[in-house]
Design a protein around this ligand. Structure first.
Ligand SMILES: *[C@@H]1O[C@H](CO)[C@@H](O)[C@H](O)[C@H]1NC(C)=O
Ligand SMILES: *[C@@H]1O[C@H](CO)[C@@H](O)[C@H](O)[C@H]1NC(C)=O
Ligand SMILES: *[C@@H]1O[C@H](CO)[C@@H](O)[C@H](O)[C@H]1NC(C)=O
Ligand SMILES: *[C@@H]1O[C@H](CO)[C@@H](O)[C@H](O)[C@H]1NC(C)=O
Ligand SMILES: *[C@@H]1O[C@H](CO)[C@@H](O)[C@H](O)[C@H]1NC(C)=O
Ligand SMILES: *[C@@H]1O[C@H](CO)[C@@H](O)[C@H](O)[C@H]1NC(C)=O
Ligand SMILES: *[C@@H]1O[C@H](CO)[C@@H](O)[C@H](O)[C@H]1NC(C)=O
Ligand SMILES: *[C@@H]1O[C@H](CO)[C@@H](O)[C@H](O)[C@H]1NC(C)=O
Ligand SMILES: *[C@@H]1O[C@H](CO)[C@@H](O)[C@H](O)[C@H]1NC(C)=O
Length: 446
C-alpha cells in the first residue's frame, strides 16, 4: 500500500497534475505558525489568539518566519447559520471584535490569520461546517480577511463516503499490520484505482475551487485535514498546499514516533507547493522530555512539514522556545531553492522495517546554503551511540570516495549549540540520551 501510493504520487507528478499554486508564493513552502487546538481544544477566543500573536512578535518567532495565527474548531455559534444570509455566525462572546476584527488586529501585527471548517455537515466538535456551502463560506472567509483554511473531515454525509477504503498505514487506523500493510482491509480498491476520483478528493476539490474563486479578493492557503485517508499523498498536490497524512497527534512519545515512522515512508509526495502534514507541533505540551521535544521538532522540520506551534506561548519555558527558534532547522524547512525534504539514508535500530516505535534514525538532506544536514536519532529508551559515516551519507559519499587522504574530513557544526566541531574525519559519533537527536551542519571539506 505504501509502495503503491508512492508509485501513484510519482505518476501524478509525471503527468504534471494541476498543482495548487497560489499568488505571492503562498503555500510554496511549509506554513509556519500557531494554532489553538493542541493547547486549548475547544476553548478558543480572541484573547487567546491575540496573546499568541503578541508572543509570536515579542519572542522573535515572527522574525524567523512564523506568520499564521490559526483558530481551530469552536469559533462559531452552534446549531445553525444566519437565517437570512446563511453564513456561519462567529461566537461574539469568544470573539467580541468578530472574526473580521480579530483578523484586522492580527494583520496590524504583520501576521496572518487562519480559520477552520470541515468538509462535512458539522465540524468535529459539532459546529456548522461547509459541505454544500463551500462558495458562501469561502466568500465569508475572504470578506473577513482570512489567510489560511484548515479543512477537517468530520460528519461526512452518507452519500459522500468513498466507494472503497484505502489503507492509511497509521497505527491509529483499524487493522494496520506491524509492517504497515492492511491485510484485513474491508472493501479495498481494485489495483490501480485512481484515488483522485474518490469522493474524498471531490469534497476537498470543491473547497479548493471555492477558494480559487475568491483569490482575487483574498489568497487563502488550503490546509487539508483528511487524516491521510483516501491515499491523499497520491493526489493532495493537485488539491491543497498541505495534507494530513495520519490521524491526530497527541503529546505522547509513542504517537510522535508512529507518525514520524509513517511520514518517513511517504516523503516522495513532498516538494514545493504541496507538503505532507504530520499534524501540529506538541512542543511544550504533555510530559515530553526536553530530548523528545527536540527530536519531535527536528524531525518535523527536516521532513518539511508545516510547523504549526500548538502550545501556550505565554507560559512556554525558554528551553522549549529555543527549540522552536532554531534558525538552522527553520531555514532547512524553508529553503527557497531546494524543495525536497531530508530522507532516511539508513534505518538504524529497526534495520529498515516498518516500526512505529523506532522510526528511521539516520537522515540527511541538501540545502541551498552551502551545507548539508545530517540528523542522528536515538529511538531507544536507553542512552546509545549513533555514528554518521561520511561514506554512507548520500550527499557526501561521492566526494568522500574520491577524497585524498588529507581531505577526508568535513567542517561540522552542531545545530543545537551552534558549536563548531572542527574538521571531522571520516565519521562523527555521538552519545545520545533516550529519544534525543543530534543535528549537524556539514560544511566544506577539510
Ligand atoms: C432568525 O434569527 C433571528 C436571530 O437569531 C431570530 O430572532 C429570528 O426569529 C429568526 N427567524 C426565523 C424565521 O427563524
Ligand atoms: C466586521 O463586520 C461587522 C459586521 O459586518 C462590521 O460591523 C464591522 O465594522 C467589521 N469590523 C471590521 C474591523 O472590519
Ligand atoms: C449528496 O447529496 C447532496 C445533496 O443532495 C448533493 O448536493 C451531492 O452532490 C451528493 N453527493 C454526491 C457525491 O452525489
Ligand atoms: C494518543 O494517541 C494514541 C493513538 O491514537 C491513543 O492510543 C492514545 O490514547 C492517545 N493518548 C492521549 C494522551 O491522548
Ligand atoms: C506484512 O505482514 C503480513 C502478515 O504478517 C504479510 O502477509 C505481508 O506479506 C507483509 N508485507 C510486507 C510488505 O512485508
Ligand atoms: C507539486 O506541484 C508543484 C507545482 O506544480 C511542483 O513544483 C512539485 O514538484 C509537485 N510535488 C511533487 C512531489 O511532485
Ligand atoms: C503527565 O504525567 C502525569 C503524572 O504522571 C499524568 O497524570 C498526566 O496524565 C500526564 N499527561 C500526559 C498528557 O501524558
Ligand atoms: C538489526 O540488525 C542487527 C544486525 O543484523 C541485529 O543484531 C539487530 O537485532 C537488528 N535489529 C532489529 C530491531 O531487528
Ligand atoms: C545517559 O547519559 C546521560 C548524559 O550523558 C548521563 O547523565 C546518564 O547517566 C546516562 N544514563 C545511563 C543509564 O547511562
Amino acid at each position: 500500500m505504501i509502495r503503491s501510493s508512492i508509485a501513484a504520487a510519482l505518476l501524478l507528478s509525471l503527468e504534471g497534475a494541476k498543482a495548487l499554486t497560489l499568488p505571492d508564493n503562498v503555500g510554496r513552502l511549509p506554513a509556519l505558525g500557531w494554532n489553538s487546538w493542541n493547547a486549548f481544544g475547544c476553548d478558543v477566543s480572541e484573547t487567546k489568539l491575540m496573546t499568541a500573536a503578541n508572543e509570536i512578535v515579542s519572542t522573535g518567532l515572527k522574525d524567523l518566519g512564523y506568520e499564521y495565527v490559526n483558530i481551530d474548531d469552536c469559533w462559531s455559534v452552534k446549531g445553525g447559520r444566519d437565517n437570512v444570509t446563511d453564513r456561519i455566525i462567529p461566537d461574539s462572546e469568544k470573539f467580541p471584535s468578530g472574526i473580521n476584527g480579530t483578523a484586522q488586529k492580527i494583520h496590524n501585527l504583520g501576521l496572518k490569520i487562519g480559520i477552520y471548517s470541515s468538509a462535512g455537515t458539522e465540524t468535529c466538535a459539532g459546529y456548522p461546517a461547509s459541505i454544500g456551502h463551500e462558495s458562501l463560506d469561502a466568500q465569508t472567509f475572504a470578506d473577513w480577511g482570512i489567510d489560511y483554511l484548515k479543512y477537517d473531515n468530520c460528519y461526512v454525509p452518507s452519500n459522500w463516503t468513498d466507494e472503497y477504503t484505502a489503507c492509511t498505514a497509521d497505527s491509529d487506523f483499524p487493522g494496520v499490520n506491524p509492517n504497515g500493510t492492511c491485510p484485513g482491509l474491508q472493501n479495498p480498491a481494485p489495483a490501480g484505482y485512481d484515488w483522485s476520483k474518490s469522493n474524498t478528493a471531490k469534497r476537498y476539490n470543491i473547497m479548493r475551487d471555492a477558494l480559487a474563486a475568491v483569490e482575487d479578493q483574498q489568497v487563502i492557503l488550503f490546509s487539508m485535514c483528511e487524516w491521510g485517508q483516501a491515499d491523499v499523498v497520491s493526489w493532495g498536490n493537485g488539491t491543497g498546499n498541505s495534507w494530513r497524512m495520519s490521524g491526530d497527534i497527541n503529546a505522547t512519545w509513542p504517537r510522535i514516533t508512529a507518525i514520524a515512522n509513517l511520514n518517513a515512508h511517504e516523503l516522495s509526495s513532498v516538494d514545493f507547493w504541496g507538503h505532507n502534514d504530520p499534524d501540529m507541533l506538541e512542543v511544550g505540551n504533555g510530559n515530553l522530555t526536553i530530548e523528545e521535544n527536540r527530536a519531535h521538532f527536528a524531525l518535523w522540520a527536516i521532513m518539511k512539514s508545516p510547523l504549526i506551534i500548538g502550545t501556550a506561548l505565554d507560559s512556554l519555558p525558554e528551553t522549549h522556545l529555543e527549540i522552536l527558534k532554531n534558525a538552522d532547522l527553520v531555514a532547512f524547512n524553508q529553503d527557497p531553492v531546494h524543495g525536497k525534504p531530508a530522507y532516511p539514508y539508513k534505518a538504524g535500530y529497526s534495520n529498515g522495517t516498518w516500526d512505529p516505535v523506532h522510526p528511521p534514525e539516520y537522515w540527511s538532506g541538501s540545502t541551498s546554503y552551502g551545507w548539508n544536514l545530517v540528523l542522528l536519532f536515538n529511538s531507544e529508551d536507553v542512552n546509545a551511540t549513533r555514528t554518521a559515516s561520511w561514506s554512507e551519507v548520500p550527499q557526501l559519499k561521492q566526494q568522500q570516495r574520491h577524497a585524498h587522504k588529507t581531505q577526508r574530513g568535513y567542517q561540522v557544526e552542531d545545530i543545537w549549540t551552534g558549536k563548531d566541531l572542527g574538521c571531522v574525519k571520516d565519521q562523527y559519533s555521538v552519545d545520545l540520551q533516550p529519544h534525543d537527536v543530534a543535528v549537524l551542519k556539514i560544511k566544506g571539506k577539510c
